[in-house]
Ligand binder design. Structure first.
Ligand SMILES: Nc1ncnc2c1ncn2[C@@H]1O[C@H](COP(=O)(O)OP(=O)(O)OP(=O)(O)O)[C@@H](O)[C@H]1O
Ligand SMILES: [Mg+2]
Length: 309
């Protein structure tokens, strides 16, 4: 089976010469959920806009379900639903008319039964007759999703669907995404939140400064994120590690006063009990202990450094 989305060496140089995408290559399978994580200005919105044809690429190619976005723009655009980062709804229009109009724009025949199902799924059916200006922020976000799905696309892009929304709505949004996946829709979403990617994605891509630094199965990435470090401050500095403690996951600071032990939080045993016993056996006294969890930030920084060395 061919991938639903094939992106090949995609580059985008904005007018004025800024290179926002530096050759992105990515293949997305039918029915998967891919989360694109990246800091502000990484190029997430640019990537999505280019795939959706809102912005033109400078070079490279994008195929949606086997169709080239340049040669078959109408076909590819009709297969895509886009929930933009900014809310861009007509305030005086009703919810129902908003989604009906959007469907019409794609040249799809009227199908109120489908739209009813969609609005019910998004808990908007009760509000179908309300004007957009009468809705809460969270409801407006859901209308954006309904609008993006109004023409029954097979790929849905969600550009930061939960930026600035409360915990409740974020969970609602995750449920909606899971339900959509169950109906066979392929979903690509961007986010700044690692817990969001963790909650819903099958694969996670990390993008920084216009480059896709990695795309990995969530489980593999979470394992890397699951590394924790235990810092052990010694009563008295040592010049070298005792032999029993010379393993690859233990490091001694330059001044000999602190040991850093790296372990996997997902492993059955952390090894800390043994470590403390070994320390005691070697006659080392502890002054203080503290743990640090590696964050997405560390992973970003680590990846970016790896790239530049
Ligand atoms: N129309 C434009 N003209 C020139 N530069 C642009 C334009 N749009 C975006 N950029 C630049 O391209 C880079 C990537 O922007 P983009 O909006 O794709 O980032 P993003 O990853 O979506 O960030 P955020 O998380 O803040 O939404 C930024 O440096 C931005 O300033
Ligand atoms: Mg953006």
């Amino acid at each position: 089976m061919t991938a639903i989305l094939e992106i090949n060496d995609l580059k985008k140089v904005y007018e004025g010469g800024f290179e926002a995408l530096k050759g992105v290559t990515l293949s997305i399978e039918r029915g998967e959920i891919l989360a694109l994580l990246g800091p502000n200005g990484a190029g997430k919105t640019t990537l999505i806009s280019t795939i959706c044809g809102i912005s033109t690429s400078s070079s490279g190619s994008v195929f949606v379900d086997g169709h080239c976005i340049e040669k078959d723009f109408r076909v590819t655009r009709s297969k895509i639903g886009l929930v933009p980062q900014e809310i861009n709804l007509e305030p005086f229009e009703t919810v129902m008319n908003t989604v009906r109009f959007s469907r019409g724009l794609f040249g799809k025949p009227r199908n109120d039964a489908y739209l009813e199902k969609l609005l019910r799924q998004l808990s908007l059916w009760e509000k179908r007759g309300n004007r957009i200006m009468e809705l809460s922020g969270g409801m407006k976000r859901r209308v954006l999703i309904a609008k993006a799905l109004s023409h029954e696309p097979s790929v849905l892009f969600l550009d930061e669907p939960t930026a600035g929304v409360d915990v409740e709505l974020r969970k609602d949004m995750w449920n909606i995404v899971a339900e959509l996946k169950a109906t066979g829709v392929t979903i690509i979403l961007t986010t700044h939140y690692i817990e969001e990617a963790e909650a819903i994605a099958d694969r996670i891509g990390v993008i920084s400064k216009g480059e896709l630094l990695l795309v990995e199965e969530k489980s593999a990435l979470m394992k890397r994120l699951g590394q924790k470090q235990l810092q052990i401050e010694l009563q008295e500095p040592v010049t070298a590690l005792p032999e029993a403690l010379q393993t690859e996951n233990i490091a001694l600071s330059g001044d000999g006063s602190t040991l850093t032990y790296t372990y996997d939080t997902q492993a059955k045993r952390t090894g800390i009990t043994k470590l403390l016993a070994d320390l005691a056996a070697a006659g080392l006294q502890l002054r203080d202990l503290q743990t640090e969890q590696s964050s997405l930030e560390d992973i970003f920084v680590g990846l970016v450094q790896e790239k530049s060395t």
